[in-house]
Ligand binder design. Structure first.
Ligand SMILES: Cc1cc2nc3c(=O)[nH]c(=O)nc-3n(C[C@H](O)[C@H](O)[C@H](O)COP(=O)(O)O)c2cc1C
Length: 315
């Protein structure tokens, strides 16, 4: 099968593969830089970073990218959303992905700079809204994805519907881990794919090794849907923390810095995500995609690209 050309505004990556942004420093400059260098779009998860830190991360990623495409991902639900957006615009980021909500303001602010904005959507309605607002493309994310979820429907159902409904390129996300998965999405009309869990299991991802081991050890039945204080469900790997959560015994938030615009305050999702990223696996939420159990190795980013492209091309 031939690779489609993914055209997002002025950007055309060598391969139509995007590394999904992952908050609280799960996707940082070493990963984003390596993905961009390999020919995809490397994305820094900006949610949970400080403004100066994000600027520094963008500069570092650029140095590693050797001219490749670097983006940031921001959750609209984050209180610092606009400050971080502004910082990325100042650093002349190539592309901004917006998850967990919709912002008209980000289109207004990027209009002059030519920066592409790509909302992450899970329905035809949201995709049309994004296109009307000026989106250069949309990521259509199904319930197979890791992290916060906007739908209980499969990526295989929503991609063809969204492709039919909009003229801008549609990028499929959720549960994609192989060249065959990628081919399935391209056959449904997607112009590219976004993967996150596959890139957690890379050498360049800077999470604690315990986080990667939790991915490698996860079985299919360990993937569960939890309630996040953000007000959305989320997909994570079952652990001690989730058992407490299900019993209504999760630790109450301490030292809250109001990181979210709206928060149920049932527990601190920021702290829970930071704990797991830092290796405190019993005290945190381990976000992961539905097909994480299919992956058995930690690879260099370049090898992940070579393998997926070889598998895809052989179809
Ligand atoms: C650890 C983790 C953190 C994530 N953080 C974010 C985030 O901050 N913003 C966002 O839009 N999506 C986030 N996601 C979703 C991914 O960017 C991606 O779209 C999704 O996980 C794709 O499914 P896959 O992991 O099966 O490839 C996260 C996913 C994971 C696994």
């Amino acid at each position: 099968m031939q690779l489609p050309e993914l055209v997002i505004g002025k950007l055309i990556p060598k391969y139509p593969i995007i590394q999904g942004g992952m908050a609280v420093r799960v996707s940082t400059s070493p990963l984003a830089g390596a993905v961009a260098r390999a020919g995809g779009i490397g994305v820094i998860g900006a949610t949970g970073m400080f403004v100066e830190e994000l600027k520094e991360e963008i500069r570092k990623a650029r140095e590693m990218a050797c001219g490749g495409i670097i983006g940031i991902n921001l959750m609209f639900a984050a209180r610092e959303f606009l400050e971080l957006t502004q910082a990325a615009i100042k650093e002349k980021i190539d592309i901004i992905f917006v998850g967990a909500g919709f912002s008209r303001e980000v289109f207004r602010r990027t209009k002059e700079s030519g920066i592409s904005v790509v909302p992450i959507v899970s329905s035809v309605r949201a995709a049309r809204l994004a296109e009307k607002a000026g989106a250069a493309a949309v990521v259509a994310e199904g319930f197979e994805a890791g992290g916060h979820l906007g739908t209980d429907r499969s990526v295989k159902e929503i991609v063809p519907e969204i492709v039919e409904a909009v003229k801008i390129p549609v990028i499929a996300a959720g549960g994609i881990v192989s060249g065959q998965d990628m081919a399935d999405m391209i056959n449904l009309g997607a112009k590219g794919i976004q993967m996150a869990s596959r890139f957690v299991l890379s050498q360049e991802c800077t999470v604690a090794d315990e986080f990667k081991q939790a991915y490698l050890q996860a079985k299919e039945e360990d993937l569960v849907i939890i309630k996040s204080p953000v007000g959305l469900p989320g997909r994570a790997i079952r652990n001690k923390f989730i058992t407490l959560l299900e019993r209504g015994e999760a630790p109450e938030p301490e030292d809250c810095d109001a990181c979210l615009k709206d928060c149920s305050a049932e527990y601190c999702i920021l702290k829970a995500l930071i704990n797991s990223r830092d290796g405190m696996m019993d005290e945190g939420v381990i976000f992961a995609g539905k097909n994480v159990f299919k992956m058995k190795d930690i690879l260099p980013v370049d090898t992940i690209f070579k393998r997926i492209i070889a598998e895809y091309s052989a179809i």
